[in-house]
Design a protein around this ligand. Structure first.
Ligand SMILES: NC(=O)c1ccc[n+]([C@@H]2O[C@H](COP(=O)([O-])OP(=O)(O)OC[C@H]3O[C@@H](n4cnc5c(N)ncnc54)[C@H](O)[C@@H]3O)[C@@H](O)[C@H]2O)c1
Ligand SMILES: O=P(O)(O)OC[C@H](O)CO
Length: 297
């Protein structure tokens, strides 16, 4: 919807039976500049493709369709780490489509806000600086201000890891532990994000930008966030709709595996992984975090 401000857009989906009013975006009708199709080959006529798939679905999608995507400019919006490969979306894309130019679009952006035309600023990450500059211009609109970086690892880790910390923030609020505890979780969560990202080759300043701190702030403080709401339900011991995409749940498990492999201390992410698996109670997780050995900040 936002990109149709810049010119014609083709929107591909497996199921297009909803016409021009997608039930996932209530109150938003697709503008006339968007052609809707269930034929992927119609959408892949374009040189630039934005892939808005959940992180755990991207690998399967590429296994089926990489041939149609190779050689294109591929921009992923996925904010997660693939559980089987323990990589972010850019590595999945680069492996499946070796001739493609791979980029990541990330940062604070609820779909419902963007579709209503509300403004935000985002990060466009592409290792190829010239291609990144071209994509930055192609994807910026009067209400989407894109900053660019060549630090793809930092940008995609910021987006993936903030979802894990947002679940923890939701747990704190759902369990009635208070706003002070939430601020502590956000801050110590950010320290974990920066630590793992640095170990994986990211630049610290990227984590301090829109894709890290910016999106962490949004997701840990808004009930619009699915990750935050899922955490709230865990904290309040209430059920949560399993059809809702909650990237941080699978990503917490991927982070736990990565952290173990790299001997990287990620206590909050480890608690989120165990809560999501149902192998630890909220009380035990809180107790565990509060009784760790005292240390320097
Ligand atoms: N929703 C947001 O506000 C928002 C904002 C920024 C980034 N993101 C990120 O973008 C990614 C997608 O999020 P979303 O909210 O659109 O998720 P979603 O689950 O709401 O929608 C994803 C769509 O992909 C489809 N899909 C799943 N597997 C598929 C496959 N193999 N082939 C074709 N289609 C498939 C689903 O049917 C669904 O329509 C996530 O990583 C999310 O973190 C979401
Ligand atoms: O609803 P969430 O928690 O998946 O968050 C959506 C976006 O990532 C916010 O930037």
């Amino acid at each position: 919807v936002a990109l149709s401000a810049n010119g014609p857009v083709t929107l591909w989906a497996r199921d297009t039976g909803w016409g021009r009013d997608n039930p996932r975006l209530p109150g938003v009708s697709l503008p006339g500049g968007i052609a809707v199709t269930d034929e992927l080959s119609a959408a892949t006529q374009a040189d630039m493709l934005v892939l808005a798939l959940p992180a755990q679905a991207l690998g399967g999608f590429l296994a089926d369709h990489a041939r149609l995507l190779d050689g294109k400019h591929l921009v992923s919006t996925a904010k997660g780490i693939d559980l089987t490969r323990l990589t972010g979306p850019s590595a999945l894309l680069a492996d499946a489509c070796p001739q493609a130019t791979v980029a990541v679009l990330t940062g604070p952006s609820f779909a419902a806000d963007i579709a209503r035309g509300l403004p935000t600023a985002l990060t466009l990450a592409c290792a190829d600086a010239d291609a990144g500059r071209a994509l930055q211009h192609a994807l910026s609109t009067p209400v989407l201000r894109l900053y660019r970086t060549t630090d793809v690892a930092g940008a995609e880790l910021g987006g993936a890891l903030k979802n894990v910390i947002a679940i923890a923030a939701g747990v704190v609020i759902g369990a009635g532990l208070g706003d002070s505890a939430r601020a502590a979780i956000i801050t110590r969560g950010f320290a974990e994000m920066t630590r793992l990202a640095a170990r994986l080759g990211a630049r610290p300043e990227t984590l301090s930008g829109l894709s890290g701190l910016g999106d962490l702030t949004l997701t840990c403080t808004s009930a619009q966030s699915r990750n935050f709401r899922y955490g709230q339900a865990l904290g309040a011991r209430q059920p949560f709709d399993t059809a809702t995409t909650v990237e941080g749940a699978a990503t917490a498990r991927a982070v736990a595996a990565l952290a173990a492999r790299m001997a990287c201390d990620m206590p909050i992410a480890a608690m989120v992984a165990r809560l999501a698996e149902g192998t630890m109670t909220v009380d035990d997780a809180a107790q565990h975090l509060m009784t760790r050995p005292l240390k320097e900040e």
